[in-house]
Design a protein around this ligand. Structure first.
Ligand code: NIG
Ligand code: FE
Length: 386
């Protein structure tokens, strides 16, 4: 992960939506039909935000304030706040309203350098409201110049109408929601919030196996607050990623290291929740796991839209080196979405997604904490409006 190649005085040749050639300026192929554009600074592969809950209504300011007063995330959720507050909000909003909110937010992520963004549903928790969120993502894909990857997260929480019959909700997710999402091709992957008190290991296994039968890739919110063996389950099921992992066990670290499953770490979440711990990033990397970083952009635990901020937290909170955080939001984040063959590198054959930071030293991208360092973005070979 620390092996990043940095070219000085570089040139990138783009043909159509792909990178055709990379090298130094004086070796660059010259042809009458090559149009040159000079840029100053450091050109990165477009960043890949591989974990967001980007479709939601309003912010959750009351939760935020209650936490400041000493209540914790699970206590707030048990009192009807938390995810269920966003569920009431999303259910009540029209699709057009949600679309406008989502568009304005995803535009910010893109302007800050995220050219590929994974977006989860999970604030509907009933078939129509989940489909409404996924249709918003589909329309964003058609109208925003970013690559959006949709994930179905119907098992984000047990909805109030199923409080005393959780098994019935799990059955609904498996037998009605997943088949409908797959039939309408509204998502490519399925995720579950696997956490004591939310969905158990057995529930998660049942849901993800149903998703795999319908041709969806799988991922898991695993060991976020209390460890329960989620990382081991993700590795066993061949999940694309196991995400969060602040409470992962040593056995979980070994399981991920021995698998192809990417460990997606979300340092802003623990900070926003006021926790003093973070996922054991160094131990994961040293054991041989592939680590990616993402925003977890959502109204309850991580309202940030900036991957450069996450990179700065990766260095200062997770003990990663600058080169490692660059790998974590490019190549490894692409792998967490099953896209490592075509995104996340400035190399011939890769999609021409690029982010420019007008800085002298590439490490500055993860240094100016809280300052937005990206000044221009290209996707599929074209400059994005800023
Ligand atoms: O990734 N853990 C579950 N889901 C989100 C939080 C969602 C919310 O609170 O709205 C997370 O932290
Ligand atoms: Fe999340």
């Amino acid at each position: 992960m620390a092996d990043v190649e940095v070219l000085q005085d570089a040139a990138v040749l783009i043909e159509g939506d792909r990178i055709a050639w990379v090298g130094t300026r004086h070796e660059a192929p010259r042809a009458p039909d090559v149009r040159a554009q000079e840029v100053r600074g450091v050109l990165f592969p477009g960043f890949i935000d591989c974990h967001t809950h980007g479709v939601f209504g309003g912010p959750r300011l009351d939760d935020h304030e209650r936490r400041a007063l000493g209540l914790d995330y699970k206590a707030i959720a048990a009192a009807g706040g938390g995810i269920l507050e966003s569920v009431r909000d999303v259910r009540a909003r029209s699709e057009a309203e949600l679309e406008a909110l989502t568009r304005s937010r995803l535009k910010v992520l893109l302007a800050r350098g995220s050219t590929t963004i994974e977006v989860k549903s999970g604030y509907g928790l009933e078939l129509q409201a989940e489909l409404k969120q996924l249709r918003v993502i589909k329309r964003m894909r058609e109208t925003l110049p970013a690559t959006l990857v949709a994930t179905f997260l119907g098992a984000h929480e047990v909805p109030p109408e199923y409080r005393s019959r959780r098994a019935d909700y799990v059955r609904l997710v498996c037998e009605e929601m997943i088949p409908a999402v797959a039939r309408e091709q509204l998502a490519v992957s399925c995720d579950v919030f696997c956490e004591p008190g939310v969905f158990s290991i057995a529930d998660s296994r049942q849901i993800l196996e149903a998703a795999r039968r319908q041709g969806l890739r799988v991922k898991l919110h695993a060991d976020e607050l209390e460890g329960a063996g989620g990382a081991e389950l993700a590795a066993e099921l061949g999940a694309l990623s196991a995400d969060h992992l602040a409470a992962i066990s040593d056995a979980g670290i070994r399981a991920l290291a021995a698998s192809q499953t990417v460990a997606v770490l979300l340092p802003a979440t623990m900070i926003f929740l006021g926790k003093r711990t973070q996922a054991p990033a160094r131990k994961l990397i040293d054991a041989g796991a592939a680590v990616a970083l993402a925003t977890d952009f959502n109204p309850g635990t991580s309202p940030t839209m900036s991957l450069p901020l996450i990179m700065a937290l990766g260095v200062s909170q997770l003990g990663l080196r600058h080169a490692e955080v660059v790998t974590a939001v490019t190549i490894n984040a692409a792998a967490a979405l099953g896209l490592a063959g075509e995104r996340g590198q400035i190399a011939a054959g890769y999609v021409a997604d690029l982010a420019l930071a007008p800085v002298e030293d590439w490490r500055e991208v993860a240094y100016w904490i809280g300052r937005e360092v990206v000044s221009a973005v290209w996707t599929a070979g074209s400059a994005c409006p800023t």
